[in-house]
Design a protein around this ligand. Structure first.
Ligand code: UD1
Length: 344
């Protein structure tokens, strides 16, 4: 045991999942350097992180698609041992309209990081992947051995291609390790309400839409379809608390850096193992917040998957990690965060 803090670079560290992960890394004793271009987040997030952990992380405002910016960062912050790569664009619809933006941002960022890792002796990289790589599953719950399906959007394709880039780089003999984390549906906020999801404009994702509707910012929620082949007709997802998700990154990083026996490349599903329908989630929100959410049933949304939930056994057993936050608590934290945002 030495008390030298290991240094971790978190790209996209002021974003939604990134900021929660920075908190957990700092709480676990890691020293964090964030790089973020603030394209979908704000500098204020840094204060939130400091208020929770008592530590202001080092921050570089910059774009990971610029190799020079990254090499300067590694020169100025010597001794970075691991990277968690959150810096990416993630809106499915936008990716259909602006595919090159998505390919450039998501792919070039990863390639730059991988290229610099051996040069600066960085041992491991955690990559934010998505259950979107499985497409519409043949069976649920879905484990990591399930086939990868043809991507239905440029966004989804960038996740698949990035997984392949890392796989090929490691197969070529590069002396690095990587863990691919396939997230299901991250929701909620830090219980302190210091950090949370900050969607730009009209939210695409379900939970910010629910909380904004409850807060009166949106008139009503549209439930996209109730004629699916599910018990209540609405889609089913595996909603995972963002703090649970963040904790998994810390465990994954520790495994790459401290466990010399672990494979160079590993992949884990991060979900709860429970599927909840859209209507069940609305109900959980209403129960947790005591606020009714006005909604109507609308058309199906193009490209939606009917039902998908995780088999998280591999992460449970090998990482020793498990999602533990009950759904009511997650929804209550999402609501607290919404109320705090509105008050800002
Ligand atoms: C989407 C992406 C996923 C991405 C994730 C994070 C698809 C197919 N998947 O997940 O790859 O990683 O966002 O950005 O797009 N819903 C409503 N009304 C709303 C909003 C959503 O009924 O106003 C429903 C959707 O139809 C869906 C469920 O809620 O059934 C979840 O939607 P959302 O939060 O957007 O996540 P995904 O589509 O699962």
């Amino acid at each position: 045991m030495n008390d030298m803090k290991e240094k971790i670079l978190v790209t996209g560290g002021t974003g939604y999942i990134g900021s929660h992960t920075v908190v957990e890394l700092q709480n676990a004793g890691y020293e964090v350097v964030i790089i973020d271009n603030l394209s979908n987040s704000s500098r204020k997030v840094l204060d939130g992180i400091k208020n929770i952990t008592g530590i202001m992380p080092a921050f570089v405002e910059g774009d990971c698609t610029d190799l020079k910016t990254l090499s300067t960062l590694f020169e100025n912050h010597k001794g970075i041992k691991g990277i968690i790569n959150f810096a990416a664009s993630k809106a499915v619809g936008e990716s259909v309209e602006k595919p090159l933006l998505y390919y450039r941002n998501n792919l070039v960022t990863l390639i730059n990081l991988l290229e610099l890792m051996p040069q600066y002796d960085v041992k491991g990289i955690v990559f934010s992947s998505s259950c979107t790589v499985y497409g519409e599953p043949d069976v649920n719950p879905i484990d990591e051995t399930a086939p990868i399906k043809v991507a239905t959007s440029p966004y989804g394709n960038t996740k698949q291609i990035c997984e392949e880039i890392i796989t090929d780089f490691i197969a070529s003999g590069a002396n690095i390790k990587s863990i691919l984390l396939r997230y299901f549906n991250p929701i909620g906020a830090h219980p302190s309400a210091e950090i949370g999801e900050l969607p730009n404009g009209i939210p695409n994702n379900l939970v910010p839409y629910i909380t904004q509707t409850a807060a009166g910012i949106r008139k009503e929620l549209t439930v996209f379809g109730n004629d699916y082949n599910t018990p209540d007709g609405t889609c089913i997802r595996d909603f995972i608390d963002v703090v649970d998700l963040a904790r998994a990154h810390v465990v994954a990083m520790k495994r790459m850096l401290d466990n010399s026996d672990s494979d160079a490349l590993e992949v884990f599903n991060l979900g709860t193992g429970n599927g909840l329908s859209v209507l069940q989630l609305i109900e959980a929100f209403e129960k947790a917040s005591g606020v009714k959410v006005p909604y109507r049933i609308g058309e199906r949304r193009a490209g939606d998957i009917e039902q998908i939930w995780a088999n998280p056994k591999k992460a449970n057993e090998i990482l020793g990690w498990k999602a533990v936050v009950p759904i009511e608590e997650t929804m209550s934290n999402a609501w607290k965060w919404q109320c705090r945002c509105a008050g800002n």
